[in-house]
Design a protein around this ligand. Structure first.
Ligand code: ADP
Ligand code: MG
Length: 491
């Protein structure tokens, strides 16, 4: 009794895990059985495969067809198993020679007429195929995406029939040629913001050191506007980062035209977003907002309006740079190294501290509003900055500020200093990376006692001071850098 085998992948987060589709056709009552922890989308694959074969004029043999997805102990999710299953059956029916298939892994969804429809995770599948020394068969529309994953042989047929013709040597498919180009969307520019010099300075420091930042200010002061301009100050992703981010978008089904992501992403989920929407997971595991913000910016506007659950779930990824999602039988990990930017009003009505309008319930209004943001979360924020409304005079003036491009140049220089010195940005350094002169150490000690900073708070103060010194091209942290950094810790 022969068994035919076709390679494919399941995905743990964005990591490909080899799966073998084994097909056995035996005499017996006609049946089409699938085993190997397949979820609903996969078991439904039987019907799509049957219909696709019929559309090609191939009837399933009236025998017992057994499909096993091995290894049987990992859950198989998604619709990309259609193609390897159909190929396995064609092989078991002796229509396609098995040797031809040994050199390929396959992913793709079949429609009822045999067309191949796009699936998620094609880049990761192509990386997996490369590590197995195989080529990849994927839907036509995703040939370019597969090229991003590795220098391997790729077959990207429009439908099952053309793939069959290829293997029968009747109509050879050629390697897709086109490597997708990144789509460059215009990012909003910093020069649209008038005044707000101190807020812009805080944004520049955050950009330079990769620091997390909380902006507190009245409604309409320009907090959202400022946050949206942070990506324009950041350098392009490195090729390694770009590949990782692109794989996450592919895994979420959000990759447009197979174009690689090369700019740091900006995600700003609404405060009604659930914890699952933020962290990922759910019935079908998908990356959440924090993973979609990987190597970019996660902006939470109206921070206290988010559910406490959602906010607490941010604590782990803020420390580790990834998120682990519990599944019925295993854990799935997605990368989630994002720059955390948050904004809030000073109190529920938003007018505390406003010179024009007054908050009438000081201090209750503020206390009630900020209660949800726990100490541990606040402790993970490097910069806390107060945003003030600009005056009508500044608003109507014609003067435009500095452009993102020129600020980005300074940011880039400061980042290079950090990377040559310590191979990471200042937001990740610990106290042993920092040396202080006695004079500066004295000042830090005094200030920390006065502000009752925790050990974590002190580290954050020094990290920000280091970035300020880097922006000023200074070898060592001086008193001025510490003094400026202290502005961002008081609340
Ligand atoms: N400094 C500024 N320069 C130019 N326009 C501003 C400025 N501050 C606020 N605005 C205008 O006010 C609008 C509201 O700002 P927004 O960022 O949404 O405020 P917030 O998030 O603090 O409530 C912006 O879309 C912009 O049109
Ligand atoms: Mg806003």
């Amino acid at each position: 009794m022969t068994i035919t085998r076709v390679s494919t992948f399941s995905f743990s987060g964005i990591d490909p895990v080899c799966v073998e589709v084994q097909v056995q056709i035996t005499r017996g009552l006609p049946a089409f059985i699938m085993v190997g922890l397949a979820d609903k989308a996969v078991t439904e694959s039987r019907e799509r495969v049957r219909a696709a074969l019929i559309s090609m004029g191939i009837a399933m043999p009236p025998k017992r067809i057994l499909i096993n997805l091995a290894p049987a102990d990992i859950v198989k999710e998604g619709t990309h198993y259609d193609l390897p299953i159909a190929l396995g059956i064609l092989c078991a029916m002796d229509i396609i020679p098995q040797e031809e298939l040994l050199h390929y892994a396959a992913v793709g969804e079949l429609s009822l007429d045999g067309q191949l429809s796009p699936v998620n995770n094609v880049i990761s599948a192509s990386i997996g195929a490369a590590s197995e020394d195989k080529g990849l068969i994927c839907p036509q529309a995703q040939g370019g995406e597969a090229l991003l994953g590795g220098d391997i042989s790729i077959l990207a047929p429009p439908d099952l029939l053309s793939l069959m013709q290829h293997f029968l040597g009747r109509q050879i498919l050629s390697q897709p040629q086109f490597t997708p180009l990144p789509t460059l969307q215009s990012e909003p520019d910093l020069n649209e913001i008038k005044g707000m010099e101190s807020a812009k300075r805080a944004l520049e420091i955050a950009a330079a050191g990769g620091h997390s930042m909380l902006m507190i200010g009245p409604p309409g002061a320009g907090k959202s506007m400022l946050a949206a301009r942070l990506p324009s100050l950041l350098p392009n992703l490195t090729s390694q980062q770009s590949l990782e981010v692109t794989r996450i978008y592919s895994s979420a089904g959000l990759l447009l035209n197979s174009a690689p992501v090369i700019r740091p992403p900006f995600r700003s989920p609404h405060h009604s977003a659930s914890q699952v929407a933020l962290t990922g997971g759910g019935a079908k595991v998908k990356p959440g907002e924090i993973s979609l913000a990987h190597q970019g910016v996660l902006f939470l506007d109206e921070l206290p309006e988010f559910s406490r659950h959602a906010l607490e779930a941010l604590r782990q990824p803020l420390e580790t740079g990834d998120i682990s999602i519990a599944r019925a039988t295993s854990h799935v990990t997605y990368p989630a190294r994002f720059q955390f930017i948050a904004a809030m009003n000073p109190c529920r009505c938003g007018y505390m501290g406003d010179t024009e309008r007054e908050c009438h319930r000081v201090p209750k209004c503020k206390e009630e509003y900020t209660r949800k943001i726990s100490g541990p979360l606040l402790d993970r924020i490097d910069l806390i900055t107060t945003i003030e409304q600009i005056s009508p005079k500044e608003m109507v003036s014609m003067a435009t500020g500095e452009s993102s491009e020129s600020v980005a140049e300074r940011v880039q220089l400061a980042r290079e200093r950090q990377l040559t010195r310590q191979n990471m940005l200042n937001n990740e350094i610990s106290s042993h990376h920092i040396t202080l002169s006695t004079e500066v150490a004295d000042m830090v000690e005094k200030a920390s006692t006065q502000l009752r900073l925790s050990a974590r708070g002190m580290t954050r103060l020094l990290r920000v001071a280091r970035t300020i010194a880097d922006l000023g091209h200074k070898e060592d942290i001086d008193i001025i850098s510490i003094a400026e950094a202290l502005n961002f810790r008081q609340r």
